[in-house]
Write a protein that binds this ligand. Sequence first.
Ligand SMILES: [Zn+2]
Length: 586
Amino acid sequence: MDEAALRELARKYALQNAVFFGGKANPGAVIGKVMAEIKAESQMSGERLSKVVSMLEEMGLIKKVSLEETEKVNSIPPAVQKVSLSLIDPSLLEKKEKEQRKGLPELVSAVKGKVVTRFPPEPNGYPHLGHAKAAIIDEGYARMYDGKFILRFDDTNPAKERKEYYEAILDGLKWLGINPDKIKNTSDDMGKIYRYAEKLIEDGNAYVCFCKIEEMRKNRSEGVECGCRNAGAEETKENWRLMLTKLAQNEATLRLKTNMQNINTAVRDPTLFRILEGEHPMQGKKYRVWPTYDFSVAIEDHIDGVTHSMRTKEYELRDELYFLLVKLLGLNKPELIEFSRLEMENAPLSKRKINPLIEQKLVSGWDDPRLPTLAGLRRRGFLPEAIKEFVLSMGVAKSEAVAQWEALESANRKILDPAANRYYFVADPVRVEIKNAPDKIVTDSLLHPDKSEAKKYELDGKNLYVYIAGSDAKDLRKDDNVRLMHLFNIKITKIGEKYIEADYAGNDKDAKKLHWVPANSPRAILHVFGPVFQNDEFNRNSLMVKEGLVEPYASNIQEGERVQFERMGFAILEDKKSMKFNFIHK
Ligand SMILES: [Zn+2]
């Protein structure tokens, strides 16, 4: 793109922005539009990303030209702007609805009303933010195309799965506001899945392997075929029957016959079935031979009519296997879409890291507010809408990025700030005795700046005392003049151990302000949380318990209500009886 073309582009967007916004274009918006178009163009023409990047290095020029054109456009009358724009392209005069779709980009070959997606969690643990991401994207796409969304429990490993986890996943999704159109279990389809295995055996595409796991692993990495592979269809049928009836765990597996020299090791005679004795939470002892995820997913997607099958990026190498099974078994071929797995900064999502914390009682359980489990986030005070917003803001990019807690907190804050009532909480309270105050004082402050409801306290000037936070008290010196918010000024006369004496000092609103609570304030406990991991180790200081007083009006707070403690941040009342709050974030 040369400078003249760039100038033309900048002029077009400056005109459009000016027409939409009262004759004055915003230079920032114009630069953004120009950049976006350059990026989109280079993508369409198939230019490599490195070229785009070098284009962007010409940013100096893009910025300069855009600013110049914006300035020119802003100097001409609105009527002329409009005519000029219509001469370039009349359609530019129309404001496009939803100019930028938030989050989810369009799907390849999606037909409105025909899209079917599924979320296939294994019920082997409590759902966490990673599950939320997949479920939100899967459901989001189904809704975007008026399609169907299926929750499918991928439950083919009886050793790891428990009823409790099915329930926890259902609960978590319900809390997120995700409503599947259909809920099913892979284990419901075992009969069908066995029939597909038999088809592979009959066609000579599968064999029973008796090799030990280590041997199998070694052969796979070296590209060596084992002797078991030579059995004919009849012999394999008999061996399969033995797997189903007699053989013990680890004695045999059913493997797909592919090419042991395939560059992609995931496709070197992969395991399709293994013997897993143990009681299945749904099927009991009905089956003892269970399919691997790789095998069942292709079949289940087919049975469920899935059109767009989404999974995290680490499955990318297994796409080839998926499509091979589709071909061998004559299954539907969905679009396979991969997105990056969610990683949270300083918070483990894997059971491998969370389980020990629970077993060693370092955290209170799966719903500990420090954990990125849905139950934990819920106790912590995060809103499901904020989690959705957070997930969609990351989109379905494949590139790995560690998500920052600040991003989730900011989404939550945006919802809480306009709604949460405000209260005073005073930690490590210090008593302040005030002498010579007026007889009767009425204080009045709003519950929330946008609401009319006020908090009123009537104080008796005789024997008047209030409480301030310990952290504020330690900064006070004799003769300081400070203002108690919404009350009056005081002059410090004496600083004692755990108490302060002061004189009433009139009204000077410019003095340093302190927050305070009245003498009859109830006790409250605030749990404040830090990162659960630091440098990959459990952070022993991740829970701080602050004791203090909360203003009397706080007795109106409902259990589960989220409030804002002035000058501290947001908190959720977890237990009304003990007035125990969990701190959400600043
Ligand atoms: Zn073998």
